[in-house]
Write a protein of this length. Structure first.
Length: 401
């Protein structure tokens, strides 16, 4: 393998990406790591554009063979560009500094899209929040909470908030919630007694002193506006990928997301797939699926697995095909689930995590997506030292004429 260069510029430890260099493997990895402070009702320090900052090596959640671990170096640099140099790839860290490797792994995150209504910007982190964590719901206990957004992420947040808040108001710009949210989430939101959905509505202003105290909500259909008192506004209006630094050598779609798999073969403009074989990513049989919903499943299961191992262990992900379906297995080396926990694992709001650390919705939502939306199966096989969640997704049938 081609070893990375050993240049070491004095780049400041500021917004950039954390990189891991494994000279013996010739692999370069870059991703952001964000330190989040706890939220409180009156103050929380949070950045709507969390900068990729370095963590200590002890915080790296990696499992590596001995040789690779011995060659592992962690540092923080400000990445300014990417380019191809013959058989290797180079990540530029400045005018005279770069790291070269045969493979580059990029996971640099996204930046939240901001709601530009007057008065909201000054209260970011003080009543106005982009995204939400499991512990935020408890901070809102007994209060009125407003949520902006209509995608699945907003729906999950609303259901979690409703467990503790007096009332949750979901503001949706469109005329129908189902136009952008999965049916199963929309139904659960409508069935909740303390959730109010306002269609064709948006926040047009915010007001307060040192913390958000009220928002102005516009009814687009009626053409009316009204101010509503609240200390909580959670915003879910999407995010933009941090991929500008990748340059022209990496194919991206119109929104800036990196294109992978067989989608590369259909590109008309920009970088093209240059090898004689097809891309590896989608070599499994085709299935009829909603990519966004399946991403929720993988995220929920992997997050649970990492928590179960307490950042010490091995996470294993594998795929295989059978004549009937595609099987995805996600396993961890955590302590395992007792039989009584396995029996209730897919129940809504059931969790064994500490208070404020889990919603009890992850596996319930995953089951609904796999079983109800994709007509598949999801099972758990657990024993001390090994837990495997196994997902079966039906293969797409070829049509014969």
């Amino acid at each position: 393998m081609y070893p990375p260069t050993r240049s070491r510029s004095a780049a400041p430890n500021v917004a950039g990406a954390k990189w891991i260099e494994m000279p013996k493997n010739g692999i370069f990895a870059a991703w952001p790591t964000v330190a989040r402070a706890p939220r409180s009702k009156r103050a929380r320090r949070d950045n709507p554009h969390p900068a990729p900052v370095a963590l200590a090596c002890a915080s790296c959640r990696l499992t590596l063979p001995g040789a690779a671990a011995a060659a592992l170096t962690c540092d923080a640099r400000d990445i300014v560009g990417f380019e191809t140099r013959g058989p290797v790839r180079a990540v530029r860290l400045g005018r005279e500094s770069a790291i070269e490797a045969r493979a580059v792994l990029v996971a640099t995150g996204v930046s939240y899209r901001l709601l530009g209504a007057p008065g909201l910007g000054e209260f970011t982190g003080r009543g106005v929040f982009y995204g939400a964590t499991a512990s935020d719901a408890q901070s809102c206990a007994g209060d009125d909470v407003y949520v902006v957004g209509a995608a699945n992420s907003a729906g999950q947040a609303v259901l979690n908030m409703a467990r503790f808040a007096r009332r949750v108001v979901l503001l949706v710009r469109s005329a129908a919630l189902e136009s952008s949210m999965s049916q199963y989430l929309a139904e659960r939101i409508r069935d909740a007694g303390n959730i109010e959905v306002r269609l064709q509505a948006e926040v047009v202003a915010g007001r307060g002193d040192d913390h958000l105290q009220a928002v102005t909500v516009a009814d687009r259909a009626a053409g009316a506006k009204e101010e509503q008192p609240t200390n909580w506004l959670f915003i879910f209006i999407g995010a933009s990928p941090r991929t500008d630094w990748l340059g022209p050598d990496v194919a991206r779609d119109e929104n800036g997301f990196v294109i992978t798999g067989q989608d590369l073969l259909t590109r008309k403009d920009g970088p093209h797939w240059s090898l004689t074989r097809p891309p590896f990513v989608l070599e499994m049989p085709l299935i009829e699926a909603s990519p966004g919903e399946l991403n929720q499943v993988w995220t929920n299961i992997i997050d649970n697995a990492v928590d179960a191992m307490d950042a010490h262990g091995t996470l294993r992900i594998s795929t295989r095909a059978t004549p009937e379906d595609v099987v995805v297995e996600i396993g961890d080396t955590g302590p395992g689930m007792p039989p009584d926990v396995q029996a209730r694992a897919f129940e809504a709001f059931y969790t064994t995590k500490d208070v404020g650390k889990g919603t009890g919705l992850g596996l319930d939502i995953s089951r609904r997506i796999i079983v109800e939306r994709h007509h598949g199966q999801i099972t758990i096989d657990s024993r001390p030292g090994e837990t495997v969640l196994r997902i079966h997704l039906p293969r797409r049938r070829t049509k014969h004429h």
